[in-house]
Ligand binder design. Structure first.
Ligand code: XIL
Length: 321
C-alpha cells in the first residue's frame, strides 16, 4: 500500500518498525492510527515497558502491565515484536544497582529476572536485547555497572548463556549507540561479540541504535561497511532505535532535506547489507519523542511532524525502499 513496512518487505527487509510509547498510545488517537497500521510498521518494541525497573521493580515482584501494552498491540495488529532490554546499567532498580553481590548471588538475580520476563513473553519476541550499552562513549573501556564490577567481562557470555536457557527460540542481541561511526566504540563492540563467541556462548545479532544527528550521519556505503564488520562475524544486524535529530531548532527547509538524505542513507545501508534484517524508528512523530528531554534544544528527529504530516524524511525513506 505504499507504506513503509510494505515497501521494506518488498525491498528484502524483514520489517520496518517503531517503538511504542506506553504513555501515548491510549491518549492520542492519531498516534494510535499510524502505529496500528501494519503496512506502516511491521514490528513494535516497547519504549520503556520491558526494562528492569518496569518489570521487576523490587526483587521477585514482577509486573507486565506496561510491557504487555506493546506485546498485546502487536498481537492484535499482526505485527512482530522486538523485546528490550535485559542487562543494562540504566533504568535498573536500585535494589540491583546498589546491592552487594557475589558472582553467585548476582547470577541468580539475572537468571531469575530472565526466566520470568523472557518466560512471560516466550514465543512472542523476534529478538531480545540481552545486553544494552556496555561500552563507554570514548570506546576505550567497558561501561561501569554493577555487572562489570561483579563479573568483569564475564558478564557478557554469562548473560547470553542465561538468556538462551530462558528462551531458546528468540534471537539474542547486543545493542548500543554510536556504533555507526566505525570508530573506537565500534571496535569495542566487535571485541564484545568475539568475547561472547570465544566463550562458546550464543549471540545472534547486534543492534545499531542509530540515534544520529542531521548532517553528521555517515554515508550509505560507510554505514554498510560498518554493518558488514559484524555480519562477517556470523551475526545479523539491525537498526533498532533510529532517529536523526536537528541540533538546532527550528530546522530550515534545507536541513529537512538533509535529514531525509540521512534517513535514506541509514535505511539504504541496511538494504545493501545481507543479514541486516530491519529498521526500527524510536518513535515516529515530533509530537512525542524522547530527544528534547535528553538533548535540550535539539529535536524534530522523526518521520512525521508534530501535526502528523509526513516530513521530507518520510518521502526519502519511501524512495530508497
Ligand atoms: C529512552 C526512552 O525513550 C525514554 O522514554 C526514557 O526516559 C529513557 O530511555 N537507548 C535505549 C533506549 O536503549 O531504551 C532509550 O530509551 C534511549 C537510548
Amino acid at each position: 500500500s505504499g507504506q513503509l513496512n510494505d515497501l521494506a518487505v518488498k525491498a528484502g527487509l524483514k520489517y520496518f518498525g517503531t517503538a511504542l510509547g506506553e504513555g501515548v498510545i491510549n491518549s492520542d488517537s492519531q498516534y494510535a492510527a499510524i502505529l496500528n497500521d501494519k503496512s506502516m510498521f511491521g514490528q513494535l518494541v516497547p519504549e520503556n515497558g520491558m526494562k528492569w525497573d518496569a518489570t521487576e521493580p523490587s526483587r521477585g515482584q514482577f509486573s507486565y502491565s506496561s510491557g504487555d501494552i506493546t506485546a498485546n498491540t502487536a498481537k492484535k495488529n499482526g505485527q512482530g515484536l522486538r523485546c528490550h532490554a535485559l542487562v543494562w546499567y540504566s533504568q535498573l532498580p536500585s535494589w540491583v544497582s546498589s546491592g552487594s553481590w557475589t558472582r553467585e548471588s548476582l547470577t541468580s538475580v539475572i537468571a531469575t529476572h530472565m526466566n520470568n520476563v523472557m518466560g512471560h513473553y516466550k514465543g512472542q519476541c523476534y529478538a531480545w536485547d540481552v545486553i544494552n550499552e556496555a561500552i563507554n562513549d570514548d570506546g576505550q573501556s567497558w561501561r561501569d555497572s554493577v555487572f562489570l564490577r561483579t563479573f568483569g567481562t564475564d558478564y557478557f557470555p554469562l548473560s547470553f548463556n542465561l538468556a538462551k536457557k530462558a528462551d531458546p527460540d528468540t534471537k539474542l542481541y547486543y545493542n548500543d549507540y554510536n556504533l555507526e561511526y566505525n570508530q573506537a566504540k565500534t571496535d569495542r563492540a566487535v571485541e564484545l561479540v568475539k568475547i561472547v563467541q570465544n566463550a562458546g556462548a550464543p549471540i545472534d545479532g547486534v543492534g545499531f541504535q542509530a540515534h544520529l544527528i542531521v548532517g553528521s550521519t555517515p554515508g550509505r556505503s560507510q554505514l554498510a561497511t560498518t554493518l558488514k564488520r559484524f555480519t562477517a562475524l556470523g551475526v545479523e544486524v539491525a537498526y533498532t532505535e533510529l532517529d536523526i535529530r536537528h541540533s538546532s531548532l527550528p530546522p530550515s527547509s534545507s536541513a529537512l532535506v538533509t535529514q531525509g538524505n540521512d534517513f535514506a542513507n541509514v535505511v539504504g545501508s541496511c538494504i545493501d547489507t545481507p543479514n541486516c534484517v530491519g529498521v526500527t524508528v524510536w518513535g515516529f512523530t515530533d509530537k512525542h519523542s524522547w530527544i528534547p528531554n535528553t538533548f535540550p534544544g535539539e529535536g524534530d528527529a522523526m518521520l512525521y511532524d508534530s501535526s502528523y504530516n509526513k516530513k521530507p524524511a518520510w518521502t526519502s525513506v519511501s524512495s530508497v525502499l
